[in-house]
Design a protein around this ligand. Structure first.
Ligand code: CMC
Length: 379
């Protein structure tokens, strides 16, 4: 345990103010720009939430139409980008591909260093529009399939299915996916958002901040957990094994993926709505595999809660939902990026609005000062 006054992991430390979102501990609810996220998920589209996070207010009908038209027009990738993607080894993780693509977009953008709000709005919208095209093209390449160009007649969520699979599933499945995007969009000073703010605080550019944020999200303690959840469910395999598997995992001091949270101690406020969407998806899918995985998912959740009192976080229901929608496991965290890009870029703009270089201190506990010895004489 670190000495008093040392906040390892910055746990409990308030480092700045934000107007973008907050977790209200008393009611265990999360709000985006003041609106409860569960109400946004129930009543609004992902595009409306993306607009809200960027501009601070929900769009009226004309604003939404204009925003959607711009987003749809910005989706296609040029030949150079598509070629670049095919040059990356097929063995690398799709998060590496996404990180490289964003870095490349920055290198290509002559306005890269323009940090004005207008430039930020434009770059943020471009990234929002293009990232799904990158993720889908990369997923298809891994299945030896050619990319499918975006369809400007389709909404953000529908178009992603179209680009991945060449078809759009029924509205219930699309809605479940859209709910996950709304819930993943923003979460205050989480590790990846804070990373983006640290980079921005040096007056570096937006692409550098997003590239760094993607690196932070990749880790299994953060966004990588939604993939780890599915690997874990496959490892356990059978609902009847959940209890024994958990006992072994806890004895080996393993972290149970998709459980626990730095901020929520009594359950993640986003879980109930995602769990309901997952339940609808399971009922609709109704294959023996879906039924078995859903039973295992429930059994493990109950076992973790009973044995350790630890609640699931959003990655727990989202991971299984993405599997049932047909996405390959390594696409799960990139999908998280397609959504969280909205929160990251809102924070990058906010950071510049009241910037202070983020540069904490450390308490030194290494060797005391000592003389540098004379180098040994050369033989
Ligand atoms: N499995 C087993 N034990 C856990 C878990 C878990 N998932 N989460 C917390 N604990 C235990 C932990 O071992 C510790 O016990 P003790 O006090 O006996 O040492 C106690 O609960 C407090 O945990 P902590 O690690 O000090 O809490 P933290 O705030 O540093 O960690 C966390 C938060 C999310 C890193 C952690 O809960 C974890 O590793 N969870 C698994 C990975 C995961 O699901 N991450 C997704 C986070 S939420 C959404 C997102 O970012 O994508």
């Amino acid at each position: 345990t670190p000495a008093p006054g040392i906040h390892r992991g910055l746990a409990g430390v308030v480092v700045d103010t934000t107007e973008i979102s907050t977790v209200i501990q008393e009611t265990n609810s999360l709000t985006y720009r003041g609106y409860p996220v569960q109400d946004l998920a129930a009543r609004r589209s992902f595009e409306e939430v993306a607009y809200l996070l960027r501009y601070g207010e929900l769009p009226d009908a004309a604003q939404l139409t204009a925003f959607q038209a711009r987003e749809r027009a910005l989706r296609p990738l040029d030949r150079t980008t598509l070629e670049l993607l095919t040059r990356l080894p097929g063995t690398c993780h799709p998060m590496d591909v996404l990180r490289t693509a964003v870095s490349f977009f920055g290198a290509e953008d002559p306005t890269e260093d323009d940090g004005s709000p207008a430039a930020h709005h434009a770059k943020s919208l471009t990234l929002l529009a293009r990232l799904p095209t990158v993720v889908a093209a990369d997923q298809r390449r891994r299945r030896d399939l050619p990319p499918i160009p975006p369809d400007p007649a389709l909404g953000y969520a529908e178009n992603f299915f179209h680009m991945c699979f060449g078809s759009v599933p029924d509205p219930e499945v699309v809605r479940c996916f859209e709910i996950s995007l709304i819930l993943y969009a923003e979460h205050s000073f989480n590790a990846s958002t804070f990373t983006a703010r640290v980079v921005t605080s040096t007056l570096s550019d937006l692409y550098s901040a997003v590239t760094a944020a993607i690196g932070a999200l990749k880790g299994p303690l953060h966004g990588g957990a939604n993939e780890a959840v599915m690997h874990m469910l496959h490892e356990i395999g059978d609902p009847a094994r959940a209890g024994a598997w958990l006992a072994e995992a806890l004895a080996a001091k393993r972290k149970i993926m998709g459980f626990g949270h730095r901020v929520y101690r009594h359950g993640d406020s986003r879980v109930p709505i995602m769990q309901e969407a997952l339940d609808r998806l399971v009922a609709r899918t109704a294959t023996p595999e879906a039924t078995r995985l859903a039973a295992l998912h429930t059994a493990l959740r109950e076992a973790v809660l009973t044995r350790r009192g630890i609640h699931p976080n959003l990655d727990y229901p989202a991971g299984l939902a993405y599997h049932l929608m047909g996405f390959d496991i390594p696409a799960f965290t990139p999908i998280f990026v397609m959504s969280r890009i909205t929160g990251w870029t809102a924070h990058i703009t906010e950071q510049l609005g009241h910037n202070a270089l983020i540069r904490p201190l450390a308490s030194y506990d290494g060797r005391g000062q000592r003389p540098v010895p004379e180098p040994a004489p050369r033989a």
